[in-house]
Design a protein around this ligand. Structure first.
Ligand code: CU
Length: 180
């Protein structure tokens, strides 16, 4: 009796193990896909000359909105300062570099004249509440999860095509309102 029990247990084990391994494999694959997906978002960056443009992103806009913000971080690995001069995209009639700040307790936003300097060996962050791009005269509503193309022109490094990842409407929200 104990002999047959062992055989039965052995059979059960043989049958269960491969299924268990297969399930582990699926779980591992799922984790890998999630990880790769997250990496793809985080590692979304563009290079031109000595400059690295990290994770350009925008925010989904409500229906009817005519403007959208654009954000990224620029690193300058070179030994000379460079300057972001202009931005263009098919998503809007024009794009401007803006600076947001508080003056006498009032939130203000104004175009940056003469471009944005990126110091040698330094970095500049465009983020809600500070420097940002503004896509003005939207031709369509960028949707969460999509990407749209834009072109950045720098004084020294020249022109580079980038893609803005469109994130959710509330992403890093608060100070920045571009829903006008
Ligand atoms: Cu603005």
């Amino acid at each position: 009796m104990s002999h047959s029990f062992l055989i039965a247990a052995g059979t059960l084990f043989d049958r269960t193990l491969p299924r268990f391994q297969a399930r582990l494999g699926i779980v591992a694959l799922a984790f890998a896909l999630v990880f790769v997906g997250a990496q793809a978002v985080l590692a979304h960056e563009f290079k031109v000359g000595d400059l690295e443009i990290e994770h350009p992103w925008s925010r989904a806009t409500p229906a009817g909105a005519k403007v959208a913000g654009g954000y990224f971080t620029i690193l300058n690995k070179g030994s000379a300062a460079d300057r972001l001069l202009s931005i263009s995209s098919d998503v809007s009639d024009k794009a401007e570099l803006h600076q947001m700040g508080v003056k006498d307790g009032v939130m203000t936003m104004r175009p940056v004249d003469g471009g944005l300097e990126i110091p040698a060996g330094g970095k500049v962050a465009l983020a809600p509440g500070g420097y940002h791009l503004m896509f003005i005269g939207l031709k369509r509503q960028p949707k969460q999860g999509e990407k749209f193309a834009a072109t950045l022109t720098f004084e020294k490094a020249g022109t580079v095509s980038v893609e803005f990842a469109v994130e959710g409407m509330g992403e890093m929200g608060g100070m920045d309102d571009h829903a006008n």
